[in-house]
Design a protein around this ligand. Sequence first.
Ligand SMILES: C=C(O[C@H]1C=CC=C(C(=O)O)[C@@H]1O)C(=O)O
Length: 345
Amino acid sequence: MSGFAFYPFQVSEKYPAQFIKADITYSSLSAKLKFNFKLNENPDYVALIQRLQDYFDKIKQSASANNWHVSRKVKPHQTPEIDFKNLVQEGIQAIEAGQLEKVVLSRVRATELLPGFDVMDTFIRLQETYPTAFTSLVSIPDTGTWMGASPEILVQVSKNKIFKTVALAGTQALTPDSNPAKAMWQQKEIEEQSMVERYVLNCFKSIRLREYHEIGPRTVLAGNLMHLRTDFTVDMNQVPFPTLGTQMLQLLHPTSAVCGMPKEPATNFIRQKEGYDRAYFSGFLGPVNINGESNIFVNLRCTQLLEQVALTYAGAGITAESEPDKEWLETRLKMDTMRQVFRTE
Ligand SMILES: C=C(O[C@H]1C=CC=C(C(=O)O)[C@@H]1O)C(=O)O
């Protein structure tokens, strides 16, 4: 089946897994609509299709839309600075007590939307600002509207059957004087990223897959930030795993880049202590089986749109070496990815 997956951090009745079936797809590269069902010759139908094509041509030229779906399940809220810092401190204590190795703790920030806020305008600005990120705007009745610029591939399967995933972690600000090729990383970040790497390798091991290529870790750019990333690829033509993409998706999510190690106590810690429901933040999203490929990303650097308020989310990997003040700043930098294009207060 082809479509667009929109999956929460944890599935619940309130935040179900969503899959938007690709009955109709539109490519802005070819400016063409594609119908993934048998077309009816009925003239009314043909006229409707022409109207749709005209509509897409028009919004490509002058994008403007101010109606977006708002979730009634969520009220504007945000994590006070002191609460986040205390949460990080509790995380460090749990790690020191041997209950966990790493936990990714997050927070939410609410900002008022300026009068005249335009969703499409903002989304186009987001695409232009982050040409190498996976930029998305998802609007679903009841579920609401989310916009983001993710740097993290969860699962990719290309047309020629190359599977890809990454281990992404460790964060530094990218300043005008930083040289990414010569970036220096502290022991804390190296260990944090190596735990994500170990997590991916354990997933391969659990299905007895040994034929993978591993490159990295290397320094990569993501907007105003630098991260450490290891790339893993598998040539699916060479291994007996025709459904590797789906299998790995189930095993990987939530990775140690958004949850922690070991997975179960980290999930429990987040659920009990974080103080809010992440909903679709740190879930995954992306096109599945469109033109023979799938590109699923982790829903990071994202914002949920309410009627007059934008809720921006960010988390940080906590290890024994973490410092609450630094983790607060790091989440602020991550939030800046979205806030830079939002033109709020
Ligand atoms: C959890 C987030 O980022 C993850 C991805 C890259 C680096 C991370 C870090 O350094 O903590 C996080 O694991 C986020 O952006 O909210």
